[in-house]
Design a binder for this molecule. Sequence first.
Ligand code: ADP
Length: 429
Amino acid sequence: GGDRLYLGMDFGTSGARFAIIDRQGTIHGEGKREYPPYKREEAMDWARSWKATLFSLLEDVPLHLRELIVSISIDGTSATTLIVDSTTGEPIRRPLLYNESCFDALPVVKSIAPENHTVCSGSSTLCKLVSWWNQEDSGKKSAILLHQADWLLWLLHGKLGVSDYNNALKVGYDPELDSYPSWLLSQPYSQLLPSVKAPGTSIGHLKEDIGSQYGFPKDCVVCTGTTDSIAAFVAARATQPGKAVTSLGSTLAIKLLSTTRIEDARFGVYSHRLDDKWLVGGASNTGGAVLRQIFTDEQLEELSEKINPMEASPLYYYPLQTVGERFPVADPNMAPRLQPRPESDVDYLHGILESIARIEAQGYNLLKQLGATKVEEVFTAGGGSKNEKWTKIRERVLGLPVSRAIKTEAAYGAALLALRGAQQITNLS
Ligand code: ADP
């Protein structure tokens, strides 16, 4: 019917959000919660905090909408890893967060994985798994590895050991083969790996007790999710190859939909699968954080007003917060370059914005050189997307149409995955 609704939840770095949409993508409800601080011994009890937030969000869903929600999906931070008991589903050690590294496991991982594989980074899910496996003596036989989104979805559907191929990329899943590679399956800890489905695939019905307690329909399904940054890309609905999203937040990240898969560990470039296409990405250390070191947000607006975006700035900077760059130039020793500073702050800002635009263009050029589909149109997300002068500068420097993405919230992307999962069921029956 026309009044079915789809619920997406995004578990980000500082809090969680939900979005409720209909089949056309119109938003019917939104909300957010900060994570409550639960301490256990010295460390944050993240699992308890996320679980409490999940059920707070369900309570925040307006009562009159709950009975219309037929499908739910969740995205979480990439490489946030839980090791849980295979009978109870309870974490048997504290979760390891997306930004935590297990360098102790890196030599072992490098010795089993192909050279420059995505898992060959201290913060990869596989390094987290191997580090735990090598330190632990007990509980190994009855453990399962889950990502943050998988575990939260499990709380809703109750089938232990299911993930999606976006979350599973950093544990070593091969989305092209659609299986774990043999070098991984031959390891003793491969028994811990979850089964993998496409993002937005129905796993099962919402648990009956949760459904009746909160007032969701009996046939409400729970669908596999994705990572937070992919959910944000999905939200922008850039569904054709050549469409890209540049995120101008504290840092600059670009994501391009490509018909070809590319990987290059030197630049931190890798591809996520999105159905029959590849989401190719790279992240630079340049971005808005440098702007904030120099100007307030108010100054940024005032000075930007006075910039003539049709004029090319002669200032060539490389704005960085600290030493080191990876993409589009792999140079751990690259120094920030913000000199010479002209007398006029308008000229200075113009030079910085134009320099960041050149780095963005260089990024898209690098992806093309590495074999990705040529970029045709760029949508923009993040704090920098509201700067219309910058958008004009970028259009000139990139030589492409650039506009602000209409939707960029990861929760909205997760809701689109819930919709996808529900539609697949309808198509099958
Ligand atoms: P985060 O990556 O921290 O989530 P946001 O997407 O919230 O970042 O964007 C914040 C960034 O946007 C800041 O670093 C700030 O410098 C930048 N910013 C804010 N206002 C403007 C503006 N008018 N023009 C360009 N950049 C801006």
